[in-house]
Design a binder for this molecule. Structure first.
Ligand code: HEC
Ligand code: HEC
Length: 385
């Protein structure tokens, strides 16, 4: 897996560096009047492709994360295109809605043929930078961490018989190439003089989706404002109410060891059993590995925009943040694999918070909401209605 990841990222670096080198060429490659007329028959795209560079603020490590703009633009169109499912009923965006931090409001999402996914949709907008979180540390995707990259995840999702039901991605690629505006988008993202013959249509689709999803990021929150102003997430924030500050302190004490809010993204605990059940129907990571010590372990989800992504947990069992907090307060089960952080000695830890403390914790979780970043045009549906 590690080798695959490295191989993949070196391909990516190759793609990016050749784009940087060819800045001038990129200018020449902007749409001709004919190309732009073709594109804008179906798509609401600007004359120049939008910028998909993300520059993280100092308190989140200042790194710059770039998705090549022509690839991300192609990825954006693909993300919103229902042609990516067998009967053209669902697109990626059917289960990942921008206004819900790219999750949906269903317990289980509906696939192309009315079937339901086995798990709750994950929020692609739960990170300051999707790419910074997944790209650098090799952290894995899906609730059971079965995919290493968006390309791998998208391949699995598109071929999934419940989700999108596409049998052959190369055939899909050929079909898309019959459409004039896709030919333009593919040509811009993969100019023949740079990529000709080396990348299959299937891999172009997967890479472009990766470039788009990896560009998603969200950090315009009340929490980030407070952090940027003080430079210290543990200090009292002047822009917070007393209740939010109390909630932040409770979060730092009881939750932050698993739910890291930055800045290094070097989460030490990427998956855990958080004591939802004594016996898990869905065994998560253990279902793949078969190891008894991994039964009931799931990805630790990132929590930016968590107020927008109900219902919660891998099976969407909790409808509100109040219910989530009550779980940690009184409901944690002493599963044999329960994480140490949620134990007191040999027992499951119950926080026994007062009502005021529980309310404070929920109030803090609401400070992680960002209504600006994810509403940007570059993340929106480009198809003309
Ligand atoms: C039918 C609903 C549905 C469709 C369509 C769908 N997804 Fe998902 N997506 C989900 C669900 C459910 C999960 C969590 C599944 C799991 O973990 O087993 C998920 C997980 C993901 C993840 C993992 C996120 C993480 O942090 O681990 C990514 C990335 C993703 N989807 C991107 C996409 C892209 C790109 C497309 C289009 C090619 C797409 N999805 C189409 C429902 C959907
Ligand atoms: C030992 C690590 C750990 C600790 C400590 C922890 N969590 Fe979690 N949390 C998890 C895991 C793992 C999941 C996903 C579990 C699943 O779905 O099976 C999760 C899920 C969640 C979710 C659902 C997010 C979503 O998108 O569905 C919320 C909200 C949450 N935790 C909040 C908290 C709060 C608040 C605290 C502190 C009171 C806390 N967590 C402490 C590991 C932890």
């Amino acid at each position: 897996m590690k080798i695959k990841y490295l191989l993949y990222s070196s391909l990516f670096i190759f793609a990016f560096s050749s784009c940087i080198k060819d800045q001038v060429e990129t200018e020449i490659h902007s749409y001709s009047p004919e190309e732009y007329a073709t594109l804008t028959k179906a798509l609401d795209l600007p004359q120049e492709p939008l910028d998909y560079m993300l520059e993280l603020p100092a308190h989140l490590g200042s790194s710059r994360v770039n998705s090549e703009k022509h690839q991300a633009t192609l990825g954006r169109v693909l993300f919103y295109d229902k042609r990516l499912s067998k009967n053209e009923k669902v697109s990626c965006s059917s289960c990942h809605l921008a206004e819900r931090a790219f999750a949906d409001d269903k317990k289980f999402s509906e696939g192309f043929d009315g079937g339901h996914t086995k798990r709750n949709s994950l929020a692609l907008g739960a990170f300051p930078s999707f790419n910074a979180y997944y790209g650098f540390g090799g952290t894995r995707m899906f609730w059971d961490e079965r995919a290493a990259t968006v390309a791998e995840q998208s391949d699995l999702t598109m071929r999934d018989p419940i989700e999108m039901g596409i049998e052959d991605l190369d055939v899909l690629g050929d079909e898309l190439m019959q459409i004039d505006y896709y030919r333009t988008l593919f040509d811009k993202a993969y100019p023949a003089n740079k990529f000709g013959g080396f990348i299959s249509n299937k891999d172009k689709i997967l890479q472009a989706l990766d470039a788009f999803v990896s560009s998603i990021g969200s950090y315009s929150t009340k929490f980030d404002e407070g952090w940027a102003a003080t430079g210290n997430p543990n200090s009292s924030f002047a822009n917070f109410t007393q209740q939010e500050n109390e909630g932040k302190q409770l979060f730092n004490t009881h939750c932050a060891s698993c739910h890291n809010l930055g800045p290094g993204f070097s989460t030490t605990i990427t998956n855990a059993n958080n004591g939802l059940d004594m016996v898990y129907e869905d065994k998560g990571i253990g279902e793949i590995s078969g190891r008894s010590t991994e039964m009931g372990l799931f990805k630790v989800p990132m929590l930016r925009n968590v107020a927008l992504t109900a219902p919660y947990m891998h099976d969407g069992r909790f409808e509100t943040l109040e219910e989530v907090v009550e779980h940690y307060n009184s409901g944690v089960k002493n599963h044999p694999n329960l994480h140490e952080e949620l134990k007191a000695g040999n027992e499951a830890k119950h926080l026994n918070l007062t009502q005021g403390q529980k309310d404070a914790l929920v109030a803090f979780l609401h400070t992680l909401t960002d209504t600006e970043s994810l509403a940007q045009v570059k993340y929106s549906d480009p198809f003309k209605k």
